[in-house]
Design a protein around this ligand. Structure first.
Ligand code: KDG
Ligand code: MG
Length: 403
């Protein structure tokens, strides 16, 4: 089954997405997500200049061979741009394989290991009262697990807070990143109060998650985990900049609060020590940034050996294509933990026609052949690229801080 065309479409239906479209000689088309938030055009160029020409004439059925060819063959390995590009090819080829077989991809991965995928939504507020209202809104929607974030008193801006209830937080259009402020002491004092507030209001019948966005030192993270233990969080996410894998030993020495990490990882090598030394509880690598379905399954298989469960990144900057692909993986692996579900802002639905469903806090990828997302290129053309950047984070003294 020869590949006859491979092209990249950059569009901004609500936010920027980079979509790879692969066509085969027998008329089957596959799609992959190549979105890398704030660096979209780098991946688009890597694909269209270097990889797409090499796809023409290849056999679309040989997914593992394509993966090895683009990973090992390039000489330059790993890194977010390379691995997002390989992921897009990999997912598009799985989409084609599923369509050719007339089966949803999760069937090709071994079939359903569960009835549905527990997802967590994002509740946030500029005050604790606003957070409560948003948390209640998520409970009313049926979520069984909810991430709680609130603005830290004393700081001008806190990342991850939606501007209005029910909206998604996203960077504003600009060629220059916005700058946020950070002060660790204020945050460490506030986080337990926020968690106490959520538990007092909503009890212990719902899973509560919290994202630290890589801002603490290991000992600060240990202190945070210890201070939250009594409120039984499902996890604390990204407590420290995670390229320092051995730092997690120190966190582990000080707290039993579960730790989740990995949304910025691109390969199994980035989390090898974290997994094999059992320094984390959930690995958050994603289909789109960690080399596609093929490589993500390798990471999750390693994690399974060490009692680490999956908890894939699923923010709005991962397009509906990679979100759907994540659900297929989640359905089929033995060590699924939870899946992030931030959702997508209109008019994304005009461009990506999805077949996944949400019922009572659980999602299912649907039974359409392939990944189950149809990409409308004509609709995408109505939404041109719109430069946006994640914010840069500065401490009160003006120095640049960890993300
Ligand atoms: O592109 C980065 C965002 O997806 C990330 O900042 C959101 O931390 C995030 C999360 O957990 O979804
Ligand atoms: Mg996060």
């Amino acid at each position: 089954m020869k590949i006859t065309d491979a092209r990249v479409v950059v569009s901004s239906p609500g936010r920027n997405y980079v979509t790879l479209v692969i066509e085969t000689e027998d008329g089957i088309t596959g799609v992959g997500d190549a979105t890398l938030n704030g660096r979209e055009l780098a991946v688009a160029s890597y694909l269209s200049e270097h990889l797409c020409p090499l796809l023409i004439g290849r056999d679309a059925r040989r997914i593992e061979d394509a993966w090895q060819y683009f990973y090992k063959g390039a000489y330059w390995r790993r890194g977010p741009v390379t691995m997002t590009a390989i992921a897009a090819i990999d997912v598009a080829l799985w989409d084609i394989k599923g369509k050719a077989a007339g089966m949803p991809v999760y069937e090709l991965l071994g079939g359903a290991a569960r009835e549905g995928v527990m997802v967590y939504g994002h509740a946030s507020g500029t005050t604790l009262e606003d957070l409560s209202a948003d948390f209640q809104r998520h409970l009313d929607l049926g979520y069984k697990a909810i991430r709680a974030q609130a603005a830290v008193p004393g700081l001008d801006k806190t990342y991850g807070i939606a501007p209005v209830d029910g909206k998604l937080y996203e960077p504003a259009s600009s060629n220059v990143p916005q700058e946020d402020t950070w002060e660790t002491t204020a945050y460490l004092d506030f986080a337990p109060k926020m968690m106490a507030h959520v538990r007092e209001q909503f009890g212990y019948g719902v899973h509560v998650l919290h994202d630290v966005h890589h801002r603490l030192t290991p000992i600060e993270a240990g202190r945070l985990g210890a201070s939250l233990e009594q409120y039984r969080p499902f996890w604390i996410e990204d407590p420290t900049p995670a390229e320092d894998q051995s730092a997690f030993r120190l966190i582990r020495q000080h707290t039993t609060t579960p730790v989740a990490v990995g949304e910025v990882f691109n390969s199994i090598w980035d989390c090898q020590q974290l997994i094999t030394e059992r320094l984390i509880d959930y690995i958050r690598t994603s289909v789109s940034h960690a080399g596609g379905i093929t490589h993500l399954r390798r990471i999750f298989s390693l994690a399974d050996l060490y009692g680490v469960r999956s908890g894939s990144h699923g923010a709005g900057d991962l397009s509906p294509v990679s979100f759907a692909a994540a659900l297929h993986v989640d359905m089929s692996i033995p060590n699924f933990g939870i899946q992030e579900h931030m959702g997508h802002r209109d008019p994304a639905g005009e461009v990506f026609k999805t077949s996944y469903t949400f019922t009572d806090g659980y999602m299912h990828p649907g039974d359409a052949p392939g990944i189950g997302v149809e990409f409308d290129e004509d609709a995408a053309a109505r939404f041109p690229f719109d430069a946006k950047y994640l914010p840069v984070n500065r401490r009160l003294d003006g120095s640049v801080h960890d993300w």
